[in-house]
Design a protein around this ligand. Structure first.
Ligand SMILES: C[S@@+](CC[C@H](N)C(=O)[O-])C[C@H]1O[C@@H](n2cnc3c(N)ncnc32)[C@H](O)[C@@H]1O
Length: 281
């Protein structure tokens, strides 16, 4: 197949020939000629009326059921997050999970987490807005301060006796998300889960982002994908081959607007094992 044809090789040559746009032509559907006017236009376009009791009745998993049962303080999540939460957090239900949500807002999300995770969960919230101290539910612990204050983060983790789950739903500024992750991920328990949500902000300059913008959280997360594969890199720079992150990370999942990091205790070097006794050719 020639490079000018329409087969897989021409597709490959197009991809290879355009390194600044690594996304393939796979499944193109066509987009409007003009981009959205602003990030708030994007958000507003997806803020549609809905029937909460109908959603509750149709709940496809326990996280949806817990979320749509919320009737007290306001919680605000995108619908698609709920399935992702359930996939990663169901392992902690009815266990004494040490859980920190950064970004408390009205406190409703923490009440949802209580409903979902159960009475044994140790639920903490951190918010920069001092009004969040008014979230005075006796089964929640609220800390006031910035997600980039590492001394505060260290104190919170110490008070919690360690930390199993972090959800970063705070400023959504890439620099903050990266600083918080870099401090808390190493402190996260083996087998812990770290979720950064609303990473669509990573595509918006108002939050320190932009498509493939240096410094955007999404670019940082893509870099961590390479670090997850550091043991396979053949390049000379030892930094690119440092296995420290890979050794404690089981996986990174990218979902629409969420990145989930799964830690794994003493994962160690990979193994490759052939099994069976008979060669076919
Ligand atoms: C999107 S709201 C959180 C919503 C809540 N998690 C929920 O699901 O209902 C974001 C919150 O992050 C807080 N915030 C903004 N910048 C922050 C920072 N640098 N450190 C900590 N919290 C911050 C805001 O005050 C706000 O309450």
């Amino acid at each position: 197949m020639s490079a000018g044809g329409t087969g897989p090789m021409s597709l490959l040559s197009k991809i290879v020939g355009r390194p600044s746009k690594p996304a393939s032509t796979l499944l193109r559907a066509g987009a409007p000629a003009e981009p959205p006017g602003s990030w708030s236009d994007v958000v507003n376009s997806y803020q549609l009326p809905f029937d909460q009791s109908g959603e509750q009745a149709r709940a496809a998993n326990a996280a949806e059921a817990a979320y749509y049962a919320q009737s007290d303080r306001i919680a605000h999540k995108w619908h698609s997050y709920l399935e992702v939460y359930d996939r990663h957090l169901s392992q902690y239900r009815d266990k004494p999970v040490r859980f920190l949500e950064i970004g408390v807002f009205q406190g409703g999300a923490l009440q949802v987490w209580r409903r979902y995770l159960g009475q044994a969960a140790i639920l903490n919230g951190l918010d920069i807005d001092p009004r969040c101290a008014q979230v005075d539910d006796p089964d929640l612990t609220i800390h006031i301060g910035s997600q980039t204050d590492t001394a505060l983060l260290a104190r919170i983790v110490e008070q919690m006796g360690g930390i199993d789950v972090v959800i970063d739903d705070a400023s959504h500024v890439s620099e903050h998300q990266i600083a918080t992750f870099e401090f808390l991920y190493p402190l996260l328990a083996p087998n812990g889960i770290y979720i950064v949500e609303d990473v669509h902000c990573s595509y918006w300059p108002d939050f320190g982002g932009g498509l493939r913008a240096p410094g955007a959280f999404m670019e940082y997360a893509k870099g961590l994908l390479d670090r997850l594969h550091a043991r396979y890199v053949l390049d000379p720079d030892p930094e690119d081959r440092d296995p420290g992150f890979a050794d404690v990370t089981h996986g990174i999942s990218f979902h629409d607007s969420m990145v989930v990091f799964e830690k794994r205790a003493s994962k160690g070097p990979p193994r490759t094992n052939a099994v069976g006794t008979r060669w076919t050719f």
